[in-house]
Design a binder for this molecule. Structure first.
Ligand SMILES: [Zn+2]
Length: 293
């Protein structure tokens, strides 16, 4: 996040020019906007050609689909020749579609098509990152993928994606690292008809979203169900839930016979009473910390 701490005027050469931010997008002519509290200026048109182009560059880039050898130059070529309209179209390209184009440097049509086809399978976090959702960088994409995996334990990336799509702003904010602005951006992205069409298209062309099964090898809380009550001092409740899930445990909102542990923080509620009645093991915060250490 760009943040200016200090200006260093002694480093100026005298040749500096004042930067004038355009009011209109130089590519599509739409109004340029700047959201309150943000640094970036953006074109206000959703399907602005320049934005679309950048989105495809981002889609094929190393930390996204990582389509080796297909960089901005080749993407430009495909767009300008009318061979693709969006990133999903890349997967529909055939050798004969591109072999008539002048050779791209050293790369043959065959190389390019096989590079694209070899990247149809992608991890959920990379896929989320590739979508160009505003405010969703690599870290947030990873947080999202992990959180939803631990919450729903689904092994299909597309199914997990559906859960993310259906999540409310509130439930997205349950993720410790995700604040209101990011949650709203994610929520909004999945409610835009064009984006949903794009997702469907990716699915249709055969993109396979996978979940990495490297669930932490330490699964010491496997099959144990926890209920939290009261306030914890050392961490938020959401973080505690996340830790439990990471170690293979489950978190439930209410105490029942199938509860294994109740973690009682300060000012516990009626859940503690119920746990006592049912004879369920009650952990203090200290005991819980020891358990997950
Ligand atoms: Zn524009």
């Amino acid at each position: 996040i760009p943040d200016i701490l200090k200006v260093l005027p002694h480093l100026r050469s005298g040749k500096e020019k004042e930067i004038r931010v355009p009011h209109l997008c130089p590519v599509c002519g739409s109004k340029v906007i700047k959201a309150e509290g943000e640094v970036a200026y953006r074109c206000s048109k959703k399907n602005c050609g320049a934005i679309l182009r950048e989105k495809i560059y981002h889609f094929v880039s190393k930390n996204a689909f990582d389509i080796v050898g297909v960089g901005p130059k080749i993407v430009d070529r495909f767009l300008d020749e009318g061979l693709i309209k969006d990133a999903a179209d890349l997967f529909l390209l055939k050798e004969e579609d591109i072999e008539h184009l002048e050779r791209f440097a050293e790369k043959s049509a065959n190389n390019i098509i096989s590079a694209i086809q070899s990247k149809k399978e992608i991890k959920l976090e990379k896929f989320l990152f590739a979508l160009s959702i505003l405010h969703v960088g690599e870290e947030t994409a990873l947080d999202l993928a992990r959180h939803f995996y631990h919450k729903f334990r689904l092994n299909s990336g597309w199914e997990l994606l559906k859960k993310i799509q259906e999540a409310s702003i509130e439930s997205l904010q349950e993720i410790p690292e995700i604040g209101p602005r990011v949650a709203e951006s994610i929520y909004g992205w999945f409610r835009d008809e064009k984006n949903l069409e794009f997702l469907n298209k990716l699915k249709r062309v055969g993109v396979k979203v996978i979940v990495e099964q490297k669930a932490k090898s330490d699964q010491r809380l496997r099959d144990k169900t926890f209920v939290l009550t009261g306030e914890l001092e050392s961490m938020t409740r959401e973080l505690a839930k996340e830790k439990i899930r990471e170690l293979g445990g489950d978190v439930s909102g209410s105490v029942s016979k199938s509860t294994d542990f109740v973690i009682a923080g300060a000012n516990p509620g009626s859940k503690l009473e119920k746990a006592k009645k049912l004879g369920i093991k009650i952990l203090s915060e200290q005991e819980f910390l020891k358990l997950i250490k």
